[in-house]
Write a protein that binds this ligand. Structure first.
Ligand SMILES: *Cc1c(COP(=O)(O)O)cnc(C)c1O
Length: 388
């Protein structure tokens, strides 16, 4: 029996709930994308977007989902046959390396168990062995949305540096940007890939590439075919406050509003809020007597928590019951985790009581699905939420 009144609980790890003021900003009349008013919006935005990436360098804004921004990062920096180093942290890392192969790159895909992030020692080992410097890029997914495991981006940077290897460092922050601490410049990332519909609290439709000077230099010689996603004409038009094509005008209004909200809360506070909600969620999962998928205490995601069910239960059945009875959407297990886990998104526009409601719905749903859980789970989370 579906609940028709009250708000739907959208607790998947993206797209996330869009705040009302962002929705209002987007609902403004569309303006001339070659006129003075638009130019003013773009000139402001291109600066206002930088702090959330932790960069002072250019950020390319694309009318695409995150997948388009993945492609832009690869085609602008690499040439056919180039070797790239990727790590099997989960479903999204797998899709990104599939794309790299499809584009004509040679991928070294380091196997993983989907319960750990990228091992910095493995990065150092692979790069140290590549004395001919055939590897042109290291690709890492910061927050593996399919598993709730974050990779340690600064540690991977140190591992790259320890070998003196010149490979570019490409990082997918599609589900971490604006939720989990991230620093493009300080961590020496060459291309940061992001999307609008997760931590940035916008609808889907914008992709981002934050670009280092080194990546910009690499783009001049990069030989992969590119056209729509070519940085050069975009950066050139951006100089004058425009785009080489019709941009997603109304989403840019929303972006301005979302960035103002993040700025008003303060990024360190935003990150601490996500960390705290993740801790409360893990307290619930453990008190229920279930396992969090992530196995390394240093790698728990602030944006989502993946809950592993005992072998005999179907996680998709649990999600169906929760949707039917409580009108709440949870993330499905993806790839080889299908049916084994469900994912609780606690990122973006979110607060203590949204989490309390979410966990109450999960606890009731687990119980209705016949999964034996200790009802102390929600209480354990509430106890955590009583503290700052
Ligand atoms: C959502 C997501 C993607 C894919 O982004 P789309 O916007 O669906 O194209 C890629 N990587 C990660 C880590 C994601 O969370």
């Amino acid at each position: 029996m579906a609940t028709a009144s009250g708000r739907h609980f959208l607790q998947i790890p993206g797209p996330t709930n869009v705040p009302d003021n962002v929705l209002r900003a987007i609902s403004a009349p569309t303006i001339d994308h070659r006129g003075p008013e638009f130019r003013e919006l773009v000139v402001g935005l291109l600066d206002e977007v930088k702090p959330v990436f932790g960069t002072t360098r250019p950020v390319v804004i694309l009318p695409s989902s995150g997948t388009g921004a993945w492609e832009a990062a690869l085609v602008n920096t690499l040439s056919p046959g180039d070797r790239v180093l990727c790590f099997e942290t989960g479903h999204f890392a797998t899709l990104w390396q599939d794309m790299a192969r499809g584009l004509g790159l040679t991928v070294d895909f380091v196997p993983g168990d989907w319960r750990h992030g990228v091992d910095p020692d493995a990065v150092a080992e692979r790069l140290a062995a590549d004395t001919a410097h055939e590897i042109k890029a290291v690709c890492v997914v910061h927050n593996e949305t399919s598993t709730g495991v974050t990779s340690r981006i600064a540690d991977v940077r140190r591992a790259i540096d320890s070998t003196g290897h010149p490979a570019l460092y490409l990082v997918d922050t599609i589900s971490s940007l604006g939720s989990i601490d991230y620093r493009h410049d300080e961590w020496g990332v060459d291309v940061t890939v992001a999307g609008s519909q997760k931590g940035l609290m916008l609808p889907p439709g914008l992709g981002f590439n934050a670009v280092s000077d080194k990546a910009l230099r690499a783009s001049r010689d990069a030989g992969l075919t590119r056209s729509y996603f070519d940085w050069a004409p975009i950066l050139d038009a951006n100089e004058r406050g425009f785009f080489p094509y019709t941009p997603a005008t109304n989403l840019l209004y929303g972006l301005r509003e979302a960035l103002r909200m993040l700025d008003a809360e303060g990024l360190p506070n935003v990150f601490a809020r996500h960390t705290r909600h993740a801790e409360a969620t893990r307290a619930a999962v453990r008190a229920w007597g279930l396992d969090v998928l992530c196995l390394d205490e240093r790698e728990h995601s602030g944006a989502l928590t993946a809950v592993l069910l005992p072998e005999e239960h179907d996680a998709d059945q649990v999600r169906r019951i929760i949707l039917d009875r409580f009108d709440m959407s949870l993330g499905a297990g993806l790839g080889k985790l299908t049916g084994r886990i469900f994912r609780i998104g606690h990122l973006g526009h979110f607060n203590d009581l949204t989490l309390a409601g979410t966990l109450a719905g999960v606890q009731m749903g687990l119980s209705l699905a016949g999964v034996k859980v200790d009802p102390a789970g929600v209480a354990a989370a509430l106890q955590r939420l009583e503290r700052p």
